[in-house]
Design a protein around this ligand. Structure first.
Ligand SMILES: [Zn+2]
Ligand SMILES: [Zn+2]
Length: 128
């Protein structure tokens, strides 16, 4: 089996976010790849599945980032990893901006495994 590190594929991440959020009925309107100030692009990803909120820790320099300034929401913090059990992910964050009627805003966070390249949406929550 090849053990080369997976290539970062932002297009695959944004495609997955679009598919997932359209199924949710609140399609993403803006998205962004997460990069650490040190320049690294892989992170370990944490979230609270019940309350929402997410944070990421840089795989290179251990600097934490609060995603959408939401890290304070987290109480039961769980770490995410790929189904291959690798836990370093390329991360893309996305928001769905509502129309005037539906004021619930969705936050979505997708990850791509840095080992096997599998892409998935790991976290979502809504903010009223
Ligand atoms: Zn860093
Ligand atoms: Zn994987």
């Amino acid at each position: 089996m090849l053990t080369l590190p997976a290539m970062h594929d932002p297009a695959a991440l944004s495609n997955e976010l679009h598919k997932y959020s359209e199924l949710r009925g609140c399609a993403v309107t803006a998205w962004d790849s997460l990069t650490c100030p040190c320049g690294n692009e892989t992170f370990t990803l944490f979230s609270d599945e019940i309350r929402g909120g997410a944070g990421a820790v840089c795989s290179a320099c251990d600097e934490p980032q609060s995603l959408f300034d939401s890290a304070d929401l987290m109480q039961d913090v769980e770490q995410h990893c790929c189904s291959c059990e690798h836990d370093h992910l390329y991360v893309m964050t996305a928001v769905a901006c509502p129309d005037a009627i539906d004021l619930v805003r969705w936050r979505y966070i997708a990850g791509q495994c840095a080992e096997c390249a599998l892409v998935g949406v790991y976290v979502d929550w809504s903010v009223v």
